[in-house]
Design a protein around this ligand. Structure first.
Ligand code: MN
Length: 715
C-alpha cells in the first residue's frame, strides 16, 4: 500500500502546482468513510481506492482526478453521500465522483457478443469528462490485479470476460497501450489459466537459459545506434503472455517457432532522430522484409506514432524494434492523457491547469487523421445517441430525442404497435418523454391498442415512423376491404343473385386486380363501383336490373324516412379512413344519410337533404344506401353546428355555454357572426353523440329567455 506522503509526492513530481491539501483531505475522508471495511483478500478496503489513486498518478493526471480516485467508491459503498462530497470538495470533484459511480452501477448487457460495442459506446457517452473514464479504467485495473482473491469462480469469470470485451477495447481506443496490455493479461490468466501458465513457465525457462538476454541485447542495440551518431535510450521487454498467445493463434504456430517474443523500444530526442536510428539499426542487422511500418508519417487511428521494424539482431535473435521520440512514447503508453501533458508543457504560461479537457478535445478535433480517430476517441461523438436498457438488460441505441415509442419499435414492431405506456426507471412516464442515457425502459402493452397517427410527432427513428405509417396504410386497406365487400354483397342481394365459386376470380382481369380482396378494396375506395362488378359478373344481361333500381330509388329522397334494411352499415368503419362525413351537412347519427362513393377516398356521407347531392345526381352508380350502426356509437363524436341569437346583456353568453355544458355538449368552436342592435349572433360547433343529443341541447337553449332564437345549421 502506498503511503499518503508518497502519493502526494508522486503527484507533485509531475505537477508542482497540484493541490497537496486537497489530496490529503480526500485521503482522510476516504479512509474514514471506508473505516473497517475489508476486501475479499482480507486487506482493508481503503487499500483499493489508494492503489487506484496510485495508478492515476502513474498516468500523471491532475490533482482533482487523484482525489476522485481516492473517493471513487465512497458514494456507492459507504454512508457518504454525493452532497457530502460536494460540500467538502466542491462541484467539480462531486461531478467526477458521480460520473465514476454511475459507470460502476451500469450492468453489462445480457447478450454480450452483440452488445459489447454498444456498451462501450454507452460508457464513453456517460463519461462526459474523460477523467471519469480514466479513473474507471484504473479502478478496473486494480480489481483485475487482485482478481484472484475473489472467491466465487463465476464472479471471477464474469469480471474477466467483461474486462476482455469492454475495458480492453476501450483502453485501446483511447490509446492507453500499457493499460490495455495489463488488463488483457490479467483477464487471460483468469479465462485460460492453463495457456497462461504454460506461456509464463516457458518465458521463465527462456529467461533462465538466456541469462539476462533482454538487457544484453538492449545494451548492444544502444551501442549500435550510438555509433550511428544518435543519442537514444533502449529498453527491452518480453511480450505479455496474452499477446504471444494471440500471435500463436493468429499465425497458427507453436511457441518454439515463435521467435520474436522480445520487443525493444528506442527512445530518441527528435522526430528526425527516429529515422537516423532506424538507419543505424538496418545498417547493422538484416531486416525481415514486410515488417517495417512507418507510423510516424502515417499515425494509427488512435494517434499512435512510431517506427516499427523486425531484424535479426544481436546474438542472432529475431527482435522487434519500435523507435519513437518522448512525446510519441507518452502517447503510446498513456494515450489521450499524454496529449494533455505535452500540450500543457508547451503552454505553461497559459494559466489554468484545469482547462486541459477542453484542450484535449481540441487536439482530438484537429488531429491530422481526423475522421476515424475522432470516430474512435472523441467522447462527444456519442452525444447524439442515447443508450437505454430493456428490463432484460438488452441495450438499445437510439438517436437523441428518442421517446419510449421509438424504444418500443426498436425492440420489436409488435411491441411498438401495442404500446400504451412506458415505465422509465420503474416509474410511469408519458410516451413523449425523451429518454436519457442509461434509462431502463419497460413498455406497457395492451393487445387492443393500435398505433395512433399522432405518434408520428413523437418519434425520431425511421423504424418507428415507417411502422406507424405502414399500420395506417394496412388499416386503411382493411377498412376499404370491409366496406367494398358489404357494398358488393348488398348489390348482389338487390340483384337477387348469389356468387358462385370463382365468379369474382373470373372477372379480376377486367378490373386489373390480382386478388378478390384487391377488387373489394377497389370498390371500397370508389375506384370501381358495385354496378361495374355486377355487370362484369352477370355479363350485362341484367344491366340496370334491380341493383340499378335500388340505387336510383335512393335518389327519391322524400320517400325515405328511415334507413332501409338493405343499407350498408357503417359500423366498425373509422371516420376519416374509408368513411368521411360531409363538411357541407355534418350528418349526425339518427339522420337519414346517403353515401357517395368517391374515387380513391372511400365514401362521403351526406344527409339525405344535403344540396351537394345535386352535383352527383347524374351518377347513380356512385350512390350508396348506408345506415348508422344500430348501437349508439360510443367512440364516435360528431360535429353539430348551431346558430343562436343571444341578447346583448351581461351573463347571456355564459348562460348559453353553461346550458350546452350541462347537457353534456362540448363546444369545439365559437364565432360571432353578427352584432345587431341588442343582440349577438353566434355560430357554435358542438361535439355531440347523435341527432337526439343535439336536439336535446337545442331544446334546452330555447327554454332560456336570454336566447332569442336558436337553430341547427349546416355548412
Ligand atoms: Mn472501485
Amino acid at each position: 500500500m502506498i503511503a499518503q506522503a508518497e502519493l502526494v509526492e508522486r503527484v507533485q513530481a509531475y505537477d508542482a502546482g497540484a493541490d497537496r491539501e486537497l489530496i490529503n483531505r480526500a485521503y482522510a475522508f476516504s479512509e474514514k468513510a471506508h473505516g473497517s471495511q475489508k476486501r475479499e483478500s482480507g486487506d482493508s478496503y481503503f487499500s483499493h481506492p489508494l492503489e487506484v489513486a496510485g495508478i492515476v498518478a502513474q498516468m500523471k493526471l491532475d490533482g482533482a482526478t487523484v482525489a476522485t480516485a481516492l473517493l471513487h467508491d465512497t458514494v456507492e459503498d459507504t454512508l457518504a453521500t454525493l452532497d457530502d462530497i460536494e460540500v467538502q470538495f466542491g462541484p467539480e470533484i462531486a461531478r467526477l465522483v458521480d460520473g465514476v459511480t454511475k459507470l460502476s452501477r451500469l450492468e453489462m448487457p445480457s447478450d454480450r457478443a452483440m452488445q459489447a460495442e454498444n456498451f462501450r459506446k454507452l460508457l464513453l457517452a456517460m463519461s462526459n469528462d474523460i477523467r471519469v473514464l480514466l479513473v474507471k479504467l484504473a479502478d478496473r485495473l486494480h480489481n483485475m490485479q487482485t482478481l484472484r482473491h475473489v472467491r466465487a469462480p463465476e464472479k471471477r469469470k464474469r469480471i474477466a470476460i467483461e474486462t476482455m470485451e469492454i475495458y480492453v477495447p476501450l483502453a485501446e481506443r483511447i490509446g492507453m497501450q500499457q493499460m490495455k496490455e495489463e488488463l488483457e493479461d490479467c483477464a487471460f490468466a483468469e479465462l485460460n489459466p492453463d495457456a497462461w501458465g504454460s506461456l509464463h513457465k516457458r518465458l521463465e525457462f527462456l529467461r533462465a537459459r538466456g541469462g539476462d538476454l533482454v538487457s544484453r541485447i538492449a545494451d548492444e542495440l544502444g551501442r549500435t545506434i550510438a555509433k550511428g551518431g544518435v543519442e537514444a535510450q533502449v529498453t527491452g521487454r518480453e511480450k505479455k503472455p496474452y499477446s504471444i498467445w494471440r500471435k500463436m493463434e493468429r499465425k497458427n504456430i507453436s511457441f518454439e517457432q515463435l521467435s520474436d517474443i522480445m520487443a525493444f523500444r528506442v527512445t530518441v530526442e527528435r522526430v528526425a532522430d527516429c529515422y537516423a536510428a532506424l538507419g543505424a539499426v538496418h545498417g547493422a542487422y538484416p531486416m525481415i522484409p514486410g515488417r517495417f511500418k512507418d507510423y510516424v508519417s502515417v499515425p494509427k487511428l488512435n494517434n499512435y506514432r512510431a517506427l516499427h521494424t523486425t531484424v535479426i539482431g544481436p546474438e542472432r535473435k529475431r527482435i522487434e524494434v519500435q523507435i519513437c521520440d518522448r512525446e510519441m512514447l507518452a502517447v503510446a503508453d498513456y494515450g489521450v492523457a499524454a496529449h494533455w501533458q505535452y500540450k500543457q508543457q508547451r503552454e505553461t504560461t497559459d494559466g489554468s491547469q484545469y482547462r486541459w479537457i477542453r484542450e484535449l478535445l481540441e487536439i482530438l478535433e484537429h488531429a491530422p487523421t481526423a475522421e476515424e480517430f475522432l470516430e474512435n476517441t472523441k467522447l462527444e461523438m456519442f452525444q447524439d445517441e442515447v443508450f437505454c436498457f430493456s428490463p432484460k438488460g438488452d441495450l438499445i441505441v437510439l438517436p437523441r430525442g428518442a421517446t419510449p415509442v421509438d424504444f418500443a419499435y426498436a425492440v420489436h414492431t409488435e411491441i411498438g404497435d401495442t404500446c400504451v405506456g412506458a415505465k422509465v426507471n420503474g416509474r410511469l412516464a408519458p410516451l413523449r418523454t425523451q429518454l436519457a442515457n442509461g434509462d431502463q425502459v419497460e413498455i406497457v402493452r395492451s393487445s387492443g391498442q393500435t398505433p395512433s397517427p399522432t405518434w408520428e410527432n413523437l418519434v425520431v427513428t425511421g423504424k418507428a415512423r415507417s411502422a406507424i405509417r405502414r399500420f395506417a396504410r394496412n388499416q386503411e386497406r382493411s377498412q376499404y376491404l370491409e366496406l367494398g365487400k358489404s357494398i358488393v354483397d348488398k348489390a348482389l342481394q338487390h340483384a337477387g343473385r348469389t356468387l358462385a365459386e370463382g365468379e369474382l376470380e373470373a372477372v379480376l382481369d377486367i378490373f386489373r386486380c390480382k386478388t378478390v380482396d384487391d377488387l373489394y378494396v377497389g370498390v371500397g375506395n370508389g375506384v370501381h363501383t358495385a354496378r361495374d362488378v355486377l355487370d362484369a359478373v352477370i355479363g350485362g344481361e341484367q344491366r340496370l336490373g334491380r341493383a340499378g333500381r335500388v340505387l336510383s330509388f335512393v335518389r327519391s329522397r322524400t320517400r325515405l324516412s328511415r334507413a332501409s334494411d338493405d343499407a350498408v352499415p357503417i359500423r366498425g368503419l373509422i371516420p376519416g379512413v374509408a368513411v368521411h362525413f360531409g363538411d357541407c351537412c355534418h350528418p349526425l347519427p339518427g339522420e337519414r344519410i346517403v353515401g357517395i362513393s368517391t374515387s380513391g377516398k372511400g365514401i362521403i356521407i351526406h344527409t339525405i337533404d344535403c344540396d351537394t347531392l345535386e352535383t352527383v345526381s347524374d351518377a347513380p352508380e356512385r350512390w350508396l344506401d348506408v345506415a348508422w350502426d344500430a348501437q349508439p356509437d360510443a367512440a364516435g363524436i360528431h360535429a353539430g353546428r348551431i346558430r343562436a341569437l343571444v341578447a346583448n346583456q351581461p351573463g347571456s353568453l355564459s348562460i348559453m355555454t353553461t346550458v350546452i355544458a350541462n347537457n353534456d355538449g362540448n363546444i369545439s368552436n365559437l364565432k360571432i357572426l353578427n352584432r345587431a342592435e341588442g343582440f349577438f349572433e353566434f355560430q357554435v360547433d358542438i361535439e355531440v353523440r347523435d341527432l337526439k343529443h343535439l336536439t336535446q341541447i337545442l331544446a334546452a337553449l330555447r327554454s332560456e329567455s336570454a336566447i332569442a332564437s336558436v337553430k341547427r345549421v349546416r355548412g
